[in-house]
Design a protein around this ligand. Structure first.
Ligand code: ADP
Ligand code: MG
Length: 160
């Protein structure tokens, strides 16, 4: 399976889904988080970071551009970035995202990947988040390319 949709009906449910996803991610995996402001990209990211790092506070990286969570005994490093304020390719170079992707040093989460333009990674997990009611979110997961390395994650998430 290369595509999966889930509905969550609270912040806690979205974070719990993020923790499930976080448990499946390894070094070199890239997650692109699409969705409007307030859709739930950071909320899902909080769950992803919390997998294996339960006591860490996750801030939205909107002002810092990139937040780094060091590796733990059983987790690779995690880089969480928000490109909303990105001002073009020079900025992209200066935050070091291209280097991160090239070295596959850890898990990379990217909010507002639209700012990358054509400059997308070859292989990633696409997550599309849409409000479906005040406290309900539709969260879709797609492996890109469909048979690429992220397919295993969609396969694993399918089990309820
Ligand atoms: P983004 O990073 O996409 O801009 P945030 O995760 O920062 O969005 O914010 C999501 C907002 O939506 C929060 O105010 C949160 O309380 C609210 N919300 C309501 N229902 C949900 C849900 N099911 N999942 C995630 N967030 C929700
Ligand atoms: Mg956000």
């Amino acid at each position: 399976m290369t595509e999966l949709r889930r509905l969550t009906s609270s912040v806690e449910e979205t974070q719990a889904l993020g923790r499930r996803l976080g448990d499946l991610l390894g070094a070199g995996d890239v997650v692109l988080l699409h969705g409007d402001l307030g859709a739930g990209k950071t909320t899902l990211s909080q769950g992803i970071v919390a997998a294996g790092r339960p006591s860490i506070a996750v801030q939205s990286p909107t002002f810092t551009l990139i937040n780094e969570y060091p590796p733990t005994a059983d987790r690779p490093a995690l880089f969480h970035t928000d490109l909303y304020r990105l001002d073009g390719p020079d900025d992209l170079e200066s935050i070091g995202l291209n280097d991160l992707l090239a070295t596959a040093a850890g898990v990379t989460l990217i909010e507002w990947p639209e700012r990358l333009g054509e400059d997308l990674p070859d292989d990633y997990l696409l997550v599309l988040i849409e409000p479906a009611g005040p406290d309900t979110r539709q969260i879709e997961f797609r492996a890109v390319p469909p048979e690429g390395r992220h397919r295993r994650i969609v396969d694993a998430l399918i089990t309820p």
